[in-house]
Write a protein that binds this ligand. Structure first.
Ligand code: VGL
Ligand code: ZN
Length: 206
């Protein structure tokens, strides 16, 4: 069975949002069309407390883009984003939500960030996504969403690690691109690890 994972398609990651991903809004019509091709659709939601350690505003004298040690892990600092219950944390207004069978929230512990939809960045706590997909009988997972170079990449790597046949639909993702090459670098790294990287067109024709 094939499942679609929609990663972090939330207002703060769209143009105008606090951690805007360039062209992030352009994936939404595609994500909506792709949902119709899958038996099972799940979504992840970046869901931080206002006190989250990944926010530059919570680290004295630090600015977004700087790197710190956060409880033993290297952490890029971000603008305040996806604060629990805020409009910025809500799913994009134009994203169809009816087919989503379960939402997996991540980044809820202020002491550790969580790029992957499966585990926090220390691989300590699971969100339940792996067990859920396995219970539902998913063998192949397809991944779309934001951002290619962070949460999509780490979600795909963990899906592959968990034994799913994993495919990233690249035109249904966009990257933060702190460096302009980060989108392509992320795709190449995923392919090297055994993840399939494809375009949406043939999937939409099925
Ligand atoms: C993300 C940075 C911080 C993402 C989330 O969804 O890719 N990136 N939090
Ligand atoms: Zn975040």
């Amino acid at each position: 069975m094939q499942a679609l994972i929609m990663v972090d398609i939330q207002n703060d990651f769209l143009p105008g949002g606090s951690l805007a991903v360039p062209e992030g809004d352009q994936i939404i019509p595609l994500a909506n069309r792709l949902q119709k091709q899958f038996d099972l659709v799940v979504a992840t939601q970046d869901w931080h407390p206002a006190t989250h350690g990944s926010f530059a505003a919570n680290q004295l004298g630090k600015k977004p883009g700087e790197i710190i040690d956060l409880n033993g892990l290297s952490q890029i600092l971000w603008p305040v984003h996806c604060v629990q219950g805020s409009k910025g944390a809500a799913f994009a207004d134009d994203l169809d939500l009816e087919k989503i069978s379960k939402v997996f929230k991540k980044g809820t512990d202020m002491n550790i960030d969580s790029y992957s939809g499966f585990f926090d960045n220390g691989q300590r706590k699971a969100t339940g996504l792996e067990d859920y997909l396995k219970q539902m009988g998913a063998e192949q997972v397809y991944i779309v969403g934001l951002a290619t170079d962070y949460c999509v990449k780490f979600t795909a790597l963990d899906a592959h690690q968990a034994g799913f046949n994993t495919t990233v639909i690249k035109d249904a993702t966009r990257a933060v691109n702190l460096e302009p090459a980060d989108y392509q670098k992320a795709l190449t790294e995923m392919e090297k690890q055994g993840i399939n990287v494809v375009i949406s067109k043939p999937i939409l024709k099925q």
